[in-house]
Design a binder for this molecule. Structure first.
Ligand SMILES: Cc1ncc(C[n+]2csc(CCOP(=O)(O)OP(=O)(O)O)c2C)c(N)n1
Ligand SMILES: [Mg+2]
Length: 403
């Protein structure tokens, strides 16, 4: 078990988890009252995984998540007032009320969303990491996604590029045992998700996602490897959502006993008890944390309520339209004349062309003729030069003898 950090860190970890819990309970209540619209996915029970992760990130690092990310944004420092206003669809929201619950976004705090497409955030995470690399920025991108997302094509494609291009990215799979109503055993052939990216060159570890300190330790190491060694890794955190998949879930796929068992591992209760038993925090401080969370969430609801709805004539603002895109057209009608993207490619400036051509070199493509590994054992690449030369000789001799 990881050692307890100093008292102020323990207080901060507990305060963040308690704030998120209280926020989400209230979000659920406001949804029932039809104040919050659209869909609502709560992460109640998953606070240790969220806060454990964000607590070891630097300000310069990027975080990207799924549609279950109210807590992720708040843990990153976004004001709960702005998150609540977003749920209410008001101008004071993180995206002016246009995104809603599934699309919380805060560029200033480098919280890059909020995506409704399962697995849709993974390639974007690779893109963010590539942009950091390209700009010479020392930032790491932390990509969080669900167990269900590990079955998407995006998962494999992203792992491949992350490993190939040695991107400064760290992956964390929030394994809450279900993708909607389907358990991991029923949706994934490989149930040890930490192994799922190994074939792509991304090693993995497992961690107790209900233990905030264990998550901190695992994530800190993953971020270190991404930052210092440009080595992407995958951490599988076991966690549990106490509520249904979304607000409209009859929960017929799991037993009440299972939910009760995981409630017994409540990450906030367990951590508070441990801090008090070790004498690092007093009962009074634990109570204070709860009261402060209550006050901040009440203030968030008040602020969201007071924030106006977007004006009707702003309906067409902030839309991405064809005219503003300089490159390829999204829709290509395939008429005979050269199309816009093709024209631009022909006129592509020399530097852009050089960069594109440098792609293969960047990925470390070896020079010279390549042997057939299936016939001749391991490929030459990666071997000590003397060993490789020796092996070449043996292969040549064998071929000579066969001729
Ligand atoms: C590409 C895609 N397929 C299906 C869905 C429908 N869908 C929404 S959430 C979800 C479950 C995802 O489960 P998981 O990745 O484990 O995340 P969790 O909800 O447990 O946090 C599915 C299938 C979707 N949004 N996008
Ligand atoms: Mg899941």
């Amino acid at each position: 078990m990881a050692d307890l950090p100093d008292a102020s860190t323990c207080y901060e970890l507990l305060a963040r988890m308690a704030l998120i819990r209280r926020f989400e309970e209230e979000a659920g209540r406001q949804y029932q009252r039809a104040k919050a619209g659209g869909f609502l996915h709560l992460a109640i029970g998953e606070e240790a995984t969220i806060v454990g992760t964000t607590s070891v990130m630097d300000e310069r690092d990027y975080l990207i998540g799924t549609y279950r990310t109210h807590g992720h944004a708040i843990a990153r420092g976004t004001d709960p007032k702005r998150v609540m206003a977003e749920l209410f669809g008001r101008v004071g929201g993180t995206s002016g009320g246009r995104g809603g619950s599934m699309h919380i976004f805060d560029r200033e705090r480098r919280f890059m969303g909020g995506y409704g497409i399962v697995g849709g955030n993974l390639p974007i995470a690779a893109g963010l990491a590539l942009s950091s690399e390209y700009k010479g920025e020392d930032a790491v991108t932390v990509c969080m996604f669900g167990d269900g997302a590990s079955n998407t094509g995006n998962f494999g494609e992203t792992m491949n590029l992350a490993a190939l291009w040695q991107l400064p990215v760290f992956f964390l799979v929030e394994n809450n045992l279900y993708g909607m109503g389907t358990s991991v055993e029923r949706h994934s052939a490989q149930t040890d998700l930490s192994k799922k990216a190994e074939g792509y060159g991304i090693p993995g570890q497992r961690v107790d996602g209900m233990d905030v300190l264990a998550v901190r330790e695992g994530v800190a190491e993953g971020i270190r490897q991404a930052r210092e060694e440009r080595r992407p890794t995958l951490l599988e955190a076991f966690t549990y959502r106490y509520r249904g998949h979304s607000a409209a879930d009859p929960e017929v796929y799991r037993e009440r006993e299972e939910v009760e068992e995981w409630r017994g591992k409540d990450p906030i209760e367990l951590f508070a008890r441990r801090c008090v038993e070790a004498g690092v925090l007093g009962e009074r401080e634990v109570q204070e944390v709860r009261e402060k969370a209550e006050a901040r969430v009440n203030a968030a609801v008040e602020a969201a309520d007071a924030s106006p709805e977007p004006a009707l004539d702003s309906l067409y603002e902030s839309l991405y339209v064809l005219d503003s895109a300089a490159g390829w057209y999204a829709v290509d009608e395939r008429s005979p004349e050269p199309h816009r993207g093709e024209r631009e490619e022909a006129e592509m400036p020399a530097t852009a062309r050089e960069l594109a051509e440098a792609g293969a070199a960047y990925a470390g493509q070896p020079h010279g003729p390549r042997s057939n590994p299936a016939v001749e054992g391991e490929p030459v690449e990666g071997m000590e030069p003397e060993v490789a030369a020796e092996r070449e000789e043996v292969v040549e001799e064998t071929e000579e003898a066969e001729r």
